[in-house]
Unconditional design. Structure first.
Lengths: 510, 510
């Protein structure tokens, strides 16, 4: 094994993992290729880093060390470091096996996930793993292993009691604020619901963005456990805690490629929920045109995988396939959704939202043993109607540091507003989820909490030319303009005459 | 489209492509995700760059610009730059299509290759392309398109005449110095052989490393054309010229993953050779245990693809399947191979090398019209025996700035030497190519030109315990030690008794 002794040259930049650069002459000397790993040895410590070669940034004899390496080895300029080629980590061999179409063992997946969490894989290797997952897929055994290792490499909550239930929606439908109603309904029955959720990625508002309008969502593991144990429910942001951190890293690569490998999605959801210490999980699969899952067959296949996976992982899983072909309720955007959720808890919610929130709560009440089979829906509606859910939501808001007395009308909505009307008469045959999202995002959501869209009409129903269809709210005039521009280019309503197709019968000339 | 105006902060580091960093608050403001592209607009110019987010390297309101961006936009510290999200380039859509298993069109492949050459793809996207090529493969139409676009995005030589022939070995066998004999034989017949070759990647010596012992190999396009036109033959390093540069970039990603997608290999060889302006190509596929291609079936399948591809590209291709199960000749390492090649040209070569070099030359003589079908071998042997090949090699060496009068014994070989003997008696049933390479590399090859291995025995044949098997040469004592250490751990000879297995028949006890 060839070794070189190089002089450290700290480079003041963070790279997110251990990276060094060496001059291409030194690189050739030790038989190194770009992206190979090197072992860096000082008197006190040895670490492995990914090395790139350069002919400008350092001179021959120098080791350019980015901040992570400088800190790990406590390097000062001119310190001597022994450098030698390190073997490829075992996980790279396993990634290649998956690339070749092989089935990975429990241990192999464990090694990959450990290296993902430790930042030991180069961008090239991470990408090869994600693309191979996407193309080759994984079978149930592999997904179980993936889930368990993602779970084991992060923090976990343990509630020391039964009847801990959570719900997760795989997303893709705008205005999906059901959790702010479902969680307090279920928590009001005595079941613990330690819900963590994400911020918006490509949508106008994630559950965490909506809840943040009412209370603090950046809670620690201890706070989540304390609040859920005391109040029954919590609505926290998953990004503030270290539950299944491998998943967050993998998702960042997926997003850059615009892919979402099914095996990773399954393991992602299950590991995040298991880390919350639940004993049963409800999965909501919004299904319909423009949702993440478009057909009922695909939804059923997904549901089957989730249930099988739960079975293997020793956790009870139920799946609800809900209608996701248009936004849930009317409001889209953090503050607008928080407002609509509070109104719903106060008995003035739109039927689609009440229906979705109570249907999901019903299943959770039965899963958690609060309601007998078949009686969950009645109980959920009763908890909502009686005001107990609203009362529970006040407790949750207070526990998370918000104002429990807040009224829907107190919630500040953007003061720049535009109403868009029907350009012609006809029937609303489709509302395009993606376009609604884009308009709300252009208006400033989710960053501008008060920005968003209110749908005055939903799918199915006649509209007259000039009748208001939707409102856009923004906090800044320029963003209102941008949103209007998007609304013109990507109109969110499809309006058609009753006569969808005209077939003319021409009498045959004999 | 959200826009930000940021102040340039030049970062003095080259990254190989257009990369900027922006603060995560600004990143969120324009709705950017790590790895997305941004359009950078100044008064004079607009470019697209890949943007990463940071919370340390720049402050909010600043645009961290690495050297490529700073230079492209002539940025000075504090210059104002408008930044907006740029759409994903079309090639990213096409890469996803290949990931999904689709067939790419001629235009789609063209867009990808253009973006590869222009540095427009992120590491993640480049990797997704290479992994998808590896897993999904490409059909003949796609490989034709890949070859043509790799060819068209680089420089080309045009000889304005017919009978330009080259040979390419797909490699994997140590001591493969045949080209230094084959090229002068063919050139001596009046055919033009503008051979470019690579330096060693994982082997002990590439053809370019061997030729460099005798002459200058870093020639320009013009020099290659001039020398080949005047002398008939040239032996240049491909890395010094810009022939099919996309290939060099793609190969770097392949190497990091240890994969070699067949479609890419086919397109790589064909584009490099077509760029040399040849009208026919001989492909050598060394086949046998420890070679790149191990079975004759695989070699035939490869040969079929090369011939089909040549047909589609309008160039004549012949394929020679040669024995690659042990090193060619005896010497491995730049100077040792140059010495053996010169000895062979002077009529004192080992039979395996003479046989390989003249067999390949025979096919090229027939391809180039110098010999009638079936008479190439006789002609090749005659040119070698008569000394005409040696004379031509002297001309080539002189044209490339070397000393034409050099004798084999003038070539400096490392003066540190060790002889390794047979540890026991038996038959040489295998020589491990990979181990021979590793020993030669540990001894210092290819960087130390005089380092390498001389095989005193080859496969098949009885050896007695204590009989010399191979010599190791090095320029430095420490490297000789390293090479000996490797030789002990990875012994390159398999020596077995004649009795390969002993089966004992036990009489049954009745």
């Amino acid at each position: 094994m060839k070794k070189l002794t190089l002089k450290a040259k700290p480079l003041d930049m963070e790279t997110g993992r251990n990276i060094v650069v060496i001059h291409e002459m030194d690189s050739q000397e030790i038989g190194h290729f770009p992206g190979d790993r090197v072992r860096l040895i000082t008197e006190k410590k040895t670490i492995v880093a990914i090395a790139n070669e350069t002919n400008k940034l350092v001179k021959p004899g120098e080791l350019g060390a980015f901040r992570e390496v400088t800190e790990a080895l406590s390097l000062k300029s001119g310190d001597l470091v022994n450098v030698e080629i390190a073997p490829r980590p075992q996980s790279v061999v396993s990634i290649k096996k998956k690339m070749m179409g092989g089935k990975l063992t429990y241990e192999e997946i464990g090694t990959i996930i450990r290296d993902v969490v430790d930042g030991n894989l180069s961008t090239t290797e991470m990408t090869a793993f994600v693309v191979s997952e996407f193309i080759r897929g994984m079978d149930l055994d592999e997904i179980v292993a993936l889930t368990q290792h993602m779970l084991n490499t992060g923090d976990r909550i343990d509630f020391d009691r039964e009847h801990v239930v959570d719900v997760h929606s795989i997303g893709g439908v705008p205005g999906n604020k059901y959790a702010l109603i479902t969680v307090p309904i279920v928590a009001a029955s005595g079941i613990i619901v330690p819900k963590t959720s994400s911020r918006a990625i490509t949508s106008a508002a994630g559950t965490a963005d909506v809840m943040e309008v009412l209370a603090n969502v950046a809670l620690s593991i201890d706070e989540i456990k304390k609040i859920a144990s005391k109040v029954g429910g919590v609505l926290a942001w998953g990004g503030a805690v270290n539950l299944a951190p491998a998943d967050d890293i993998i998702i960042s690569t997926e997003r850059q490629l615009g892919i979402d490998p099914r095996c990773q999605l399954l393991a992602s959801v299950m590991s995040k929920k298991l880390a919350e210490g639940v004993d049963s999980i409800l999965i909501d699969i919004p299904t319909g045109p423009g949702a993440k899952v478009e057909s009922i067959e695909e939804a059923r296949s997904f549901a089957h995988d989730f249930i099988e996976l739960g079975h293997k992982l020793g956790v009870q899983v139920e799946v609800a396939v809900t209608y996701g072909g248009q936004p849930v309720g009317h409001n889209v955007g953090p503050a607008l959704e928080a407002k609509e959720a509070l109104e719903t808890l106060l008995g003035k919610g739109p039927s689609s939202l009440v229906e979705k929130a109570t249907s999901l709560a019903a299943i959770m009440l039965e899963l958690g043993g609060a309601a007998a089979a078949g009686l969950g829906k009645e109980m959920a509606l009763e908890i909502l109607r009686s005001g107990k859910a609203y009362q529970k939501m006040r407790e949750i808001i207070a526990a998370q540091g918000g104002d429990p007395d807040i009224k829907p009308e107190d919630i500040p909505i953007g003061d720049k507003k535009e109403v868009v009307v029907a350009p012609y008469s006809g029937y609303v045959t489709q509302i395009y989820n993606q376009n609604v999202n884009e308009i709300a995002r252009a208006a400033g959501a989710p960053r501008d909490k008060g920005a968003g869209v209110v749908l005055l009409r939903k799918k199915e129903g006649k509209v007259d030319k000039g009748e208001p269809l939707f409102e856009i709210y923004a906090e800044h005039e320029s963003k209102l303009e941008e949103a209007l521009e998007i609304a013109r280019r990507k109109f969110p309503f499809k309006i058609e005459g009753m006569l969808l197709e005209k077939i003319t019968h021409r009498p045959r000339v004999v």
